[in-house]
Design a protein. Structure first.
Length: 255
């Protein structure tokens, strides 16, 4: 640490600049290290990877959530809610699997999409799993007549928590670093749980009611596709796509 400050001081003299990581300095850093040259994305040759995530075995019984201590939550439901940790679809596939291209995507600046919504409805997060790009906005809504306190628990990004009043204004948040996955909890309602996948490119998807995923717009190349599930962990599969090619990559998790 001492050495750092000495070096820092010497540099300050040379550069006539401070060493506190001020706004000006970080702006300079960004200028000094731009993203790799942004050749136009060759959409005409883009490839697609699709697939499904099957579930083998017996689906575990999910715990019923007891909201009785929080009438404002309980009143929002006509039937008891179950944990969404494992949701097996009617067609034997697994829901809420985050599928992303883990390796092989060219290092460049990819355009981020519109904000992704994360709602708090009936004291449940909806949807249970979302994906965003680094820097892409997440619009966090509170549709409930009660307070929530949203609290992401990242290991790489910065942790924060913020309370949100009933039907309050949406919070707009983003994460600057790639992180698969960030668990999210509510400091008020211990059963509330969601996951956010943050990826440095737009090639990711979350399985829904039919257990399938589609990743479009991939440059031709060799990739590792990873499927992540909160209970069953991760699986990686390789795939090679030629220009305009569409390939299928199927995953299977055992219960
Ligand atoms: Cu809550």
């Amino acid at each position: 640490m001492k050495r750092f400050w000495i070096a820092c001081g010497a540099l300050s003299v040379l550069l006539l600049a401070g060493c506190g990581g001020g706004k000006e300095e970080s702006a300079k850093k960004e200028e000094a290290a731009p993203a790799p040259a942004a050749a136009p994305i060759d959409e005409a040759n883009a490839a697609t990877v699709t697939g499904k995530v099957s579930f083998e075995g017996t689906a575990p019984k999910m715990a019923t959530i007891d909201m009785s201590a929080n009438p404002a939550c309980a009143r929002e439901h006509s039937t008891a809610q179950k944990s969404e940790e494992v949701v097996v679809n009617g067609n034997g596939t697994l829901r809420y699997v985050f599928v992303w291209v883990k390796q092989g995507v060219p290092d460049r600046q990819w355009p981020a999409g519109a904000p992704v919504e994360l709602d708090q409805k009936g004291c449940m997060y909806a949807p249970h799993v979302i994906g965003v790009m680094t820097g892409q906005n997440i619009e966090i809504k509170n549709n409930d007549p009660t307070n929530h306190n949203i609290h992401p628990l990242p290991r790489i990004n910065q942790e924060w928590n913020q309370s949100q009043p009933p039907k309050g204004e949406a919070l707009i948040k983003s994460f600057p670093r790639e992180e698969v996955m960030i668990p999210v909890k509510c400091n008020v309602h211990p059963w509330m749980r969601s996951y956010i996948g943050v990826v440095s490119h737009p090639f990711f998807a979350v399985t829904g009611e039919d257990g399938t995923f589609t990743i479009k717009g991939l440059p031709p190349g060799n990739y590792t596709i990873e499927a992540w599930h909160e209970k069953y962990g991760t699986q990686d599969l390789p795939v090679t796509v030629a220009p305009k090619e569409s390939k299928t990559v199927d995953f299977s998790f055992k219960g």
